[in-house]
Structure formats: C-alpha cells, structure tokens
Design a binder for this molecule. Structure first.
Ligand code: ZN
Length: 203
C-alpha cells in the first residue's frame, strides 16, 4: 500500500511535525500515560479504531468479545475491563460496552483496554472482522453497514470533542489491527484534517 506521505506529500504528519520531518516519526513525543496510576479524568485525545481480528462474515457477539478480554487466563486475556467502548457488529448494529458522558475528558469509568499506554486518554471503537476468510491475512472486511455506523460514531464523537485525533491501533502498536490505514480512509472521506492522526510508529 502507498504510504500516506506518498499519496499526500504536502500533508504534515502529526501536530508537531515541521516540513521535512515527515520521516522522523519516532522522535516525536507520544506522552504515554499509565492507566493504572491515576483516578482522575484525563484530557480526551484519541479515538482509536480496532477490529476483532475474526474472519470475514463470521458473526461475533458482544458477549464473545467481553469473554475474550475479561475471562481469566487461559480462557481469556484476564483483563479487568473490556478493550473497547463500542463494538460494531457485522450487520452494522452498535453495542456500547461502556457508556461515555460525551465530554472532553476520559473519566476513570470510561477507560477501556485498547492500546497499552494511551487508554486513559482514548476512546476505543471496534468493528467485527479484520481477517480474510482463511483466518490468515489481515483484510478490511467492513460491511457497508459497519462503515456507516463507524462514521456515525466518529461524527458523534467529533461533535462533542472536535479536536481529538483519530487513528488506528496499528499506528501505535506493531499490529495489523484494524486491517486498514485509518488516516488515508479519513482523508478520503473529508474528515477535518486536524482530527486525522498520521503518526505511524510501525510502518
Ligand atoms: Zn486493536
């Protein structure tokens, strides 16, 4: 896939980037915060998009995801909290694991376990899918209904937090999740430029 800087050479990558620094991604500060060391509201900074890493067309329920994340090891990850606030099912319906009070902070009760290091400043949104039918290859398997719901949620979040940045899990961890490059997709949709996070630590 073409990199975003190839597609959009004039775009500045990240908010602190100066012209000519586009390839110097790793030197920019991330301001990682441990989620376990505070119990006060934190400034809402990122909407992170994920996939369940399940094959195209396979039905996955909210209960499945909750079990994978919170059941004790070896049955699940043994986490105290599920990984995402919102899950978009195959048919486009939306399940909210965690209700947000839709303001500019992430309260302790709103924290979900999507990306180690930035959970206390992030909201996590996940669609069901992300692998091809053989279960081997990362693939953008979003159905039209899922894309519609994803856009609805993005718009909803931007309504109350218009200056957050939107990114994919794969921009913060060495993973394929969510099986597409979020900034390119957002750019094509005309999402406000300042809300697109181009940081890509693992390209
Ligand atoms: Zn993920």
């Amino acid at each position: 896939m073409l990199s975003p800087t190839t597609l959009f050479p004039t775009i500045q990558v990240g908010d602190n980037t100066q012209p000519g620094e586009e390839h110097n991604v790793s030197t920019r500060p991330i301001h990682f915060q441990k989620t376990t060391t505070h119990n006060k509201p934190m400034h809402f900074q990122y909407l992170i998009i994920h996939c369940t890493a399940t094959p195209a067309g396979r039905w996955v329920s909210p209960e499945d995801v909750k079990r994978w994340h919170t059941a004790p090891i070896p049955y699940g990850n043994g986490w105290k909290q599920v990984g995402y606030s919102d899950l978009i099912l195959l048919d486009g319906s939306r399940h909210q694991f965690v209700k947000h009070n839709n303001d500019l902070t992430i309260d302790p009760f709103e924290i979900t376990n999507g990306v180690a290091g930035i959970n206390s400043i992030s909201r996590h949104l996940c669609y069901v899918g992300g692998l091809d039918k053989t279960f081997h290859k990362a693939q953008d398997t979003r159905t039209l209904q899922q894309i519609e719901t994803m856009l609805t949620i993005i718009h909803e979040v931007l309504t109350y937090a218009p200056n957050i940045k939107i990114a994919g899990h794969n921009q913060f961890a060495n993973k394929a999740c969510p099986s597409f490059f979020v900034p390119t997709w957002l750019k094509q949709l005309g999402i406000p430029e300042h809300t697109i996070e181009w940081r890509n630590l693992f390209r």
